[in-house]
Design a protein around this ligand. Structure first.
Ligand SMILES: O=P(O)(O)O[C@H]1O[C@H](CO)[C@@H](O)[C@H]1O
Ligand SMILES: O=c1cc[nH]c(=O)[nH]1
Length: 233
């Protein structure tokens, strides 16, 4: 059984899938952490692997950048491959002075400038939230590992290069900790299909201090976040 975007056969994908935006990060993670990793997808170079971590079967697959992309892959994983949990492991920009480079954000909910949820024809505005069970486990593991973490709301945006230069300040004033581009669509898709989702983000740059990490660091570092996600799985 294949979909237009995933060539995996039935049974080749685990119940829990970790999804970084970057398919090369998916490959790096699978090669670094999974035993007996087997590649199940190569369509559009959106690499996906299944293997085992501490005896548990887990899959890792790239989501691509933006809500349309994660909307497609998460919908297919949940509805066609029997996936129950998707944990996005991404990078984000910080909106707050106290949220530093390399800190982890455990995402509780998302605001958005996207119209992704219009398809559900709700008589109001949909608030996308993560699964509390997954969130609780992530918080416990972050405490155990003694990492700098924050739990809260973020902006999940359709836009990377914002024309409105005051946008970060406005969202920060409403309590958003940072910005990325996929979680709202992931959480909404999970809710629609009665599945579970969580996002863990490592701060790759600060919209306050203007500091940033290198592309190589983004691809290969951020190990604390990856280990938390693997242990939840
Ligand atoms: O590092 P990833 O998971 O791709 O996440 C962030 O990085 C990309 C933008 O550079 C967007 O996908 C954003 O959400
Ligand atoms: O979406 C993103 C990700 C990292 N940094 C940003 O400013 N935006």
């Amino acid at each position: 059984m294949a979909t237009p975007h995933n060539e995996a056969a039935t049974g080749e994908i685990a119940k829990t899938v970790l999804m970084p935006g970057d398919p090369l990060r998916a490959k790096f993670l699978a090669m670094t952490y999974l035993e007996d990793a087997k590649q199940f997808n190569n369509v559009r170079n959106m690499f996906g692997y299944t293997g085992s971590y501490k005896g548990k079967e887990v899959s890792i697959m790239g989501s691509g950048m933006g809500m349309p992309s994660i909307g497609i892959y998460s919908h297919e994983l949940y509805s066609q491959y029997g996936v129950e949990n998707i944990i996005r492991i991404g990078t984000c920009g910080s909106f707050k002075k106290h949220v530093h480079l390399r800190d982890i954000i455990i995402v509780q909910g998302c605001c958005t400038d996207s119209n992704f949820a219009y398809q559900f024809e709700l008589p109001g505005v949909y608030s996308a939230i993560s699964d509390y069970g997954l969130l609780e486990k992530a918080v416990a593991l972050a405490k155990e590992k003694n990492v700098n973490y924050h739990v809260g709301n973020i902006l999940s945006s359709d836009i990377f290069y914002h024309a409105d230069k005051n946008s970060p300040e406005k969202w920060a004033s409403m309590g958003c900790l940072g910005v990325e581009m996929e979680s709202y669509a992931l959480f909404a898709t999970a809710a629609y299909l009665n599945k579970r989702a969580l996002t863990l983000l490592t701060v790759s740059d600060s919209l306050v201090s203007k500091e940033e990490t290198t592309p190589e660091e983004r691809e290969k570092s951020f190990t604390a976040m990856m280990e938390i996600a693997l242990e939840i799985a």
